[in-house]
Write a protein that binds this ligand. Structure first.
Ligand code: ADP
Ligand code: MG
Length: 383
């Protein structure tokens, strides 16, 4: 199980959120909490010194005891900050919270080699619930995430599993979601499938299971939903999904990322996805709805597959949309398909010649329309 380690990382000047195991034995003496054994602190020194040497801005995240979602003062990590400062011969900054503005400001002010310890992550019940929105809040201060807490690695909590997923999953979806705002000024209808759906679902307070989400974009999604309402733009999210259960194989790919298999694909006919499953494609109801709406448009803009179409079990939504766009074009609509993967999917249906304009560069096709990047599926109708 060779994992990418701190030694392999380029972290100079980056904010490195490091999950450590500072669950140290404490004892009350004269009204103060005293650390009985420093083994767990000592065990982190090698990693911390390496990060310091590499010029990282270090933010430490840990739990202490079982406060069960409450601010239990006797389980504060503040004494650990003092002890760590002694042991590493450096000042350790401390913030009495693990999320929020104060944490972000202090983290932003760190210089290379500086260390900040955050308050007990279990002061929030969302930690042990592995709440996706909470993981997104933790991830706000993470350019890079490091887990040095083997002692806590057997638990899928927000500070171990959740935040790692958020950081690893950051990608192209961001560009797309930011552009929705601009599209809402031009489109009559916006159809959203694909990975972005789940960030919108979070914004609606739904459960997304293990789906790809960007919890730090939930507010963008919320704003889009409100703007759509105000402007009377029809914004439709996928209402059902094909879900599957991701299972780690214990093997790594060439990039050192764990290879995951998706088992037991099934239709999930609900806007909530169970905890162990991941949304992989739009479902049959969504397909029916989308292919009914697409032919009504005079101008169609499509960017981004509806699912993980590279796996044929999760390709039907994308292919159905590709065929609908081609059919509508044959009946007189103007269609623009942008994005390397969207075009790849269109090619697989053999309908590439039946749309108006194709660009393998998502960015380029969007500049064609005022230089904006495009989300999911957008149908723009001329008045
Ligand atoms: P394009 O290249 O057309 O702009 P993107 O690169 O943004 O499209 O997105 C394509 C990728 O998104 C594909 O590799 C696809 O597997 C992935 N994808 C689509 N839906 C999901 C989903 N529900 N969960 C995870 N990945 C998804
Ligand atoms: Mg792509």
């Amino acid at each position: 199980m060779a994992k990418l380690t701190v030694k392999d990382l380029e972290v100079r000047g980056k904010r490195v959120l490091t999950r450590v195991d500072y669950n140290v034995p404490l004892e009350e003496k004269d009204g103060r909490m005293v650390i009985n054994d420093v083994t767990r602190i000592r065990e982190t020194l090698a990693t911390l010194e390496l990060l310091i040497e590499k010029g990282a801005r270090i933010i430490l995240l840990a739990h202490l005891g079982r406060p069960r979602g409450r601010r239990e003062p006797s389980l504060s990590l503040r004494p650990v900050a003092a002890k760590l400062a002694d042991m590493i011969h450096r000042p350790i900054a401390f913030v009495d919270d693990c999320i929020g503005e104060k944490v972000e400001q202090t983290a932003d002010a760190l210089k290379p080699g500086d260390i900040l310890l955050l308050e007990n992550v279990r002061y929030y019940g969302e930690e042990e619930a592995n709440d996706a929105a909470f993981a997104g809040k933790l991830a706000k201060v993470a350019d890079v995430y490091v887990n040095d807490a083997f002692g806590a690695a057997h638990r899928a909590h927000a500070s171990t599993e959740g935040v790692a997923r958020v950081v690893a999953g950051r990608g192209e979806v961001s560009d797309k979601i930011n552009v929705i705002d601009r599209l809402l000024e031009r489109a009559d209808t916006l159809l959203i499938g694909g990975a972005m759906t789940y960030t919108f679902r979070l914004a609606l307070g739904r459960k997304v299971g293990k789906s790809l989400v960007e919890p730090d974009r939930v507010s963008v999604a919320q704003a889009a939903l409100e703007k759509a309402k105000a402007r009377k733009v029809q914004l439709l999210l996928a209402m059902d999904n094909i879900v599957a259960t991701p299972v780690e194989t214990g093997q790594l790919n060439k990039k050192g990322r764990p290879i995951v298999e998706w088992r037991n694909p099934r239709v999930n006919d609900s806007p909530d996805i169970p905890d162990a499953e991941e949304g992989m494609d739009i479902g049959p109801k969504t397909i029916r709805t989308f292919i009914e709406i697409i032919p009504r448009a005079k101008t169609i803009l499509w960017n981004g597959p509806m699912g993980v179409f590279e796996d044929k079990r999760f390709a039907e939504g994308t292919f159905a949309v590709a065929r609908a766009v081609a059919d509508a074009t044959q009946k007189g609509a103007q269609s623009i398909v942008g994005g390397g993967d969207s075009v790849k999917a269109l090619n697989l249906t053999g309908r590439t010649g039946q749309v108006t304009f194709v660009s393998t560069g998502g960015g380029a096709s969007l500049e064609f329309l005022e230089g904006k990047v495009l989300p999911g599926v957008a149908a723009l109708t001329d008045q």
